[in-house]
Design a protein around this ligand. Structure first.
Ligand code: NAD
Ligand code: MG
Length: 387
């Protein structure tokens, strides 16, 4: 049976891994939508290969270039944020949400509203609007299939019992490239050092988030929305080898874990094929070669981001949206060489301290909080840069 796949964020790390799997299993898939932010050449190349109904470039200024590149193919060219939402409403069997940041929120919501199942990599959308997203999915009957490796692991482990029987969810974290570095040394790390993750090859933003451990904090919020066991039942455990992708402990003290090579194609394949399984080209686990698995408690003094995230989701409302937007702004400033590494989490903290947003009633409210938080964060970044 051929399934229709709409892929948002086709040119990114998760997007490319998804297409690698689709390419190897061409008969099973028909690609309906492909999108990218600015890279017209790469989007057009993928469109020529996968022949979607429509290719969408988010940056409207690049519409003429995309239209020209697709001339004569019969593939529609479209551009802009509204075109992303329109594409997400098109009939599909699965939407892969692999845009980075809250830029992915509107199309993901549109897909869920239309009742389309979503394979969700775009954790920032869930962090910002988790309550709305899960309520929308419940109302339309759409399933959210987690792609983030930890959440995909938990999703798989939850097949071993019922959610009311869970005592603890243990979210594993690699600890990132600075796991053993002193706070003093972290003050001087460069963007190149921060994006060099020891185990995973990923986009720049999530790599920096892994280095600050903000990624694990965002994942805690993500887990809280996806797996309603109560915030105090979700723990973080540092596991430097990234072989165990997370664990679920049941009331009988039986603990299930999901293991695999650190290759995103494994959780992506799990989400693509669910409730079936598909063959992947990934390396099977070689446990004798791995030989040992290490675990340590997270150090929240050197890595304060996880505690900020826990407090933000405990408070709820628009706090996580505010935190996420401040973090996106601060990470971009760090990657642009404007602020030092420790200033990323400091900026997020300052934004959270600066104002308390009202509880959001709609997606529009969340977008307003997101915009205000970016402005405040940018103000702090400017101050630091000119200090
Ligand atoms: P990436 O930077 O490699 O790719 C991001 C994609 O989003 C690209 O296709 C880009 O063109 C598109 N994009 C960026 N800004 C956009 C905008 N403003 N409007 C429309 N499109 C835009 O990122 P990635 O590493 O593939 O991560 C994608 C998402 O998946 C993130 O939310 C990330 O946290 C999550 N995730 C990634 C990994 C991984 O291994 N890379 C693992 C777990 C979760
Ligand atoms: Mg993850």
């Amino acid at each position: 049976m051929t399934r229709r796949l709409s892929l948002f964020g086709a040119t990114g790390s998760v997007g490319q891994s998804t297409l690698d799997l689709v390419r190897r299993d061409g008969e099973s898939w028909r690609v309906t939508v492909l999108t990218a932010n600015r890279d017209v050449a790469e989007l057009a190349k993928l469109a020529h290969e996968f022949r979607p109904e429509v290719a969408v470039i988010a940056d409207e200024a690049r519409y003429p270039a995309l239209k020209a590149a697709l001339a004569g193919t019969g593939i529609e060219a479209a551009a802009g944020a509204d075109a992303l939402v329109e594409a997400a409403r098109r009939p599909a069997d699965l939407v892969m949400a692999a845009i980075v940041g809250t830029a992915g929120l509107a199309p993901t919501m549109a897909a869920l509203e239309a009742g389309t199942d979503v394979a969700l990599a775009n954790k920032e959308a869930l962090v910002s609007a988790g309550a709305l997203m899960t309520a929308t999915a419940r109302a339309s009957g759409a399933t959210i299939l987690p792609v983030d490796s930890e959440h995909n692991a938990i999703f798989q482990c939850l097949a071993g019992g019922r959610i009311e029987q869970v005592r603890r969810i243990i979210l594993t974290a690699s600890g990132g490239p600075f796991r053993t570095m002193t706070a003093e040394a972290m003050a001087h790390v460069t963007p190149a050092q921060a994006v060099a993750h020891p185990n995973w090859s990923m986009g720049a933003k999530i790599s920096v988030d892994s280095a600050t451990m903000m990624n694990k904090g965002l994942e805690l919020i993500e887990a809280h929305h996806l797996f309603p066991v109560g915030l105090d039942r979700i723990e973080i455990l540092v596991h430097p080898q990234s072989v165990i992708h997370s664990l679920v402990e049941y009331v009988d003290c039986s603990t299930l874990a999901q293991l695999g090579s650190p290759d995103m194609r494994i959780p992506i394949a799990s989400a693509l094929a669910w409730p079936q399984r598909m063959v992947t080209p990934c390396a099977p686990l070689d446990l004798p070669a791995i030989a040992r698995l290490d675990f340590e408690a997270p150090d929240e003094a050197r890595f304060p981001a996880t505690a900020l995230c826990r407090a933000a989701i405990a408070e709820g409302g628009a706090r996580p949206a505010q935190l996420n937007a401040a973090n996106e702004t601060a990470v971009a400033a760090f990657l642009g060489g404007r602020i030092a590494f420790p200033a990323i989490v400091d900026t997020v903290k300052r934004v959270l301290d600066a104002d308390a947003p009202a509880v959001p009633a709609s997606l529009q409210d969340i977008f307003s909080v997101d915009a205000a938080s970016r402005t405040t964060a940018q103000h702090f970044v400017d101050q630091l840069e000119h200090a």
